[in-house]
Design a protein around this ligand. Structure first.
Ligand SMILES: CO[C@H]1[C@H](O)[C@@H](O)[C@H](O)O[C@@H]1C(=O)O
Length: 691
């Protein structure tokens, strides 16, 4: 099979499945003349049915029995009863019904984009083995802006990218666009992603110059039929770097005028441009605080420039600075929460998942629920910077589900804050840092495709379960056979926990080597910034281990709503999975399991190794169910993961033993090597941050 097909493989169904599908897809009927978006929907249905059922349905205008009918209010076959208003701008209805005496399937939407989304949904249902003769479903996205964030540099390196070079071939753009961009847009449309930020948040001003805007516009032209809008990361100091101004002070009239003119220029190139994403006053990026102004001052200036064109500002809340030596985890809340209500209406504050930084496990961010008068977007990381890059298998659907379902204590879950329902926000956003590159398999490994997929599906509907999404993906990507699909899903469902246990169990975080963020380095204590050192985070010593964020420590726990803060302030009521994120505890602390903390920590590292070994065995058993090429590729990665899980265990147990001076609990297998071995490990395949 071709590695380019992602989950859109449309492998032939069983004979019975084919017969069933043919009967409900005898023709694709629409109103025409077709827009490019409607053309894409029709083409997708015909291509999908042709591949799945072995016969391509003709396209037509007549309502034949067994037709698939693409209906909009302008082309609604007589007799069709629908509450169009419920479908909004992007939603769709799939309905099997009798129209003019004929049994047909209606895919209905208010817009052609809704029809495209509905067509993909119908094809998904066909592959999931749904009862296509009894379809009656409506789906409307719960989140408005469903965005990929590419951390792609203009030299085609990708910050934290593990799938080859950037797919944006800036050199050849705008003249050469090639088929890959359309494939990319099609894949995004298939899971409901409707916007993409092309360039790294560590932005170069150059990306806003006329030549680059022309290149971005060429991509926007390719993406447009698929409903995918282009956004750009903007460098805050661009007025100085590009405009020759003395300052980028957001309250300076000349600076404001520069941004207004720049926005006008961007919209001349791309009339449907989405807006700017901004990383400001974070990790050395310029921002309004350089001029004594606030994040709101900075965001509102850009918002004012974009507003006449309908654009939005996505202003990131991922901020930390070394002056804040106390507790990095608390800085975003401290800077942003007091600004609630001060942002312009077309600003979304984009909050990273995890108060620290995309760790294998963190509590949800305390800003969710705490800024009721500000649209808060959720930023997830699809690329696995801290979860083993593309070499380790970790399905992130379960991580996404965990954060979305977390109860903020402000009257609803993170999902209800993000979809705007809890606090009545109309501007809503979810962003995923992309894991896409030039690798033949797009994402660096087969299973990393599932994380792109899961992000899109869960941004459309944050209430989808990780399991349901894994089932869809596995059926489309690997096998429709029930037993094989279930085995793959089981493997996926446990995989993120396995990685958390392998690297940072019990709420430990940021034990990865600095720079690469891949292998273990709990011993590092000599980097220029305290909060780049793993020792800053684990604080292991003879007295115990963990970061005390309770009232006896940094008290960052107080940033959470009272019901949550109360629970997490006390180690007895803190879930074991978050224990050492909030508490510094003695090694002989008694865990709910009855073990001491030390014994529990050892047990978790053992569990991590065992789980990874188990994944390897389960995958081996699927030989024959999956094509040989992909089976071998995944097996090779799992072997690397098994080796590295042992490295993690050995490095962490060895180091924590030296810090605690404790012997290993009885019966525990000692690490394979002494600490010096692990300290000397290099990770040659681990790219750094890129330029
Ligand atoms: C884009 O920079 C990244 C940086 O590479 C990464 O290590 C950290 O996760 O977060 C930064 C951010 O999110 O801004």
């Amino acid at each position: 099979e071709d590695g380019h097909e992602l989950w859109l493989r449309y492998r032939p169904l069983s004979a019975a499945g084919q017969a069933g599908l043919r009967a409900v897809a005898r023709a694709v009927v629409h109103g025409g003349p077709a827009s490019p978006t409607l053309r894409a929907a029709v083409a997708e249905l015909r291509r999908g049915v042709a591949a799945l059922a072995g016969r391509e349905p003709p396209e037509g205008r007549r309502l034949v029995p067994g037709a698939l009918v693409l209906a909009t209010p302008e082309f609604a076959p007589a007799g069709l009863q629908l509450r169009w208003r419920d479908l909004g701008r992007e939603g769709y209805a799939l309905r099997r019904t009798r129209l003019q005496g004929r049994e047909v399937t209606v895919i209905a939407a208010n817009t052609d984009l809704g029809l495209l989304y509905g067509s993909f949904a119908w094809l998904r249902a066909a592959q999931a083995g749904a009862e296509l003769r009894r379809l009656d479903a409506t789906s409307v996205p719960k989140v408005g802006l469903r965005l990929l964030n590419h951390w792609d540099n203009l030299d085609r390196s990708v910050e934290r990218g593990y799938a080859g070079a950037s797919i944006w071939d800036w050199w050849k753009l705008p003249d050469i666009t090639g088929p890959r961009y359309a494939e990319y847009a099609r894949a995004n449309a298939s899971i409901g992603i409707n916007g993409t930020v092309l360039n790294n948040v560590n932005a170069k001003a150059e990306s806003l110059t006329a030549p680059f805007l022309a290149k971005a516009a060429a991509l926007a032209d390719v993406f447009r039929p698929y409903g995918l809008k282009v956004f750009l990361s903007a460098r805050f100091s661009a007025p100085v770097e590009l405009g020759g101004l003395k300052t980028a002070d957001p309250l300076d009239p000349a600076v404001r005028a520069w941004w207004r003119a720049k926005a006008d220029e961007v919209y001349r190139a791309m009339p449907d441009f989405g807006g700017f994403l901004v990383k400001a006053n974070s990790e050395g990026q310029p921002g309004p605080q350089d001029y004594g102004r606030t994040h709101a001052d900075g965001a509102n200036m850009l918002a004012e420039a974009l507003a006449p064109h309908g654009g939005v500002v996505l202003w990131r809340a991922f901020v930390y600075a070394h002056e804040n030596a106390g507790d990095r985890a608390g800085q975003a809340y401290a800077e942003f929460q007091p600004l609630d209500g001060r942002f312009a209406p077309n600003v979304v504050v984009q909050v990273k998942n995890g108060p620290i930084d995309f760790q294998p496990r963190e509590p949800f961010h305390p800003l969710f629920g705490a800024m009721p008068r500000t649209p808060l977007g959720l930023e997830l990381q699809i690329t696995k910077e801290y979860l083993g890059f593309s070499t380790h298998l970790a399905y992130l659907g379960t991580l996404f589900e965990e954060v979305l379902r977390a109860d903020t204590g402000h009257g609803g879950t993170v999902a209800r804050v993000v979809d705007g329902r809890l606090q009545g926000q109309r501007l809503t956003a979810m962003a995923g840092v992309a894991n896409i590159g030039t690798d033949r398999n797009w994402c660096g490994s087969q299973f990393d495709q599932a994380n792109w997929y899961a992000f899109g599906r869960m941004a459309w509907d944050p209430d989808l379960s990780a399991r349901a999404v894994a089932e869809e993906w596995a059926a489309q990507t690997f096998s429709a056979r029930r037993a094989a699909r279930d085995a793959i899903v089981e493997l996926m469902m446990g995989s993120r926990e396995a990685v958390a246990d392998t690297m940072t169990p019990l709420g430990l975080h940021h034990l990865m080597g600095s720079g690469h963020h891949y292998g273990p380095a709990p011993w590092v204590d000599d980097l220029e910034r305290p909060d780049w050192n793993p020792v800053y985070y684990h604080r292991a010593g003879r007295d115990g281990i963990g970061f005390d964020r309770s009232p006896t420590g940094s008290n960052t726990v107080a940033q959470y709503a009272a019901p949550v803060a109360r629970l997490w302030a006390d180690p007895r009521t803190t879930p074991p999975a978050l224990l050492l994120w909030f508490h510094h505890l003695p090694w002989d602390y008694r865990m709910p399991s009855g073990r001491t903390l030390w014994a529990e920590l050892v047990a978790r590292y053992d569990a991590g190794v065992a789980a990874v070994d188990d994944m390897g065995r389960r995958w081996a058993a699927l030989r024959g169910e999956v094509d040989g090429e992909r089976h071998a590729e995944v097996a090779a990665y799992l072997a690397v993961q098994a080796k590295e899980a042992r490295w993690w265990r050995g490095a962490c147990l060895g180091y924590f033993q030296s810090a605690s001076s404790l012997p290993l609990p009885p019966g525990v297998r000692p690490p394979e090597h002494d600490l010096a071995f692990y300290k000397a490990l290099r990770f040659p395949f681990a790219p750094g941050r890129g330029g």
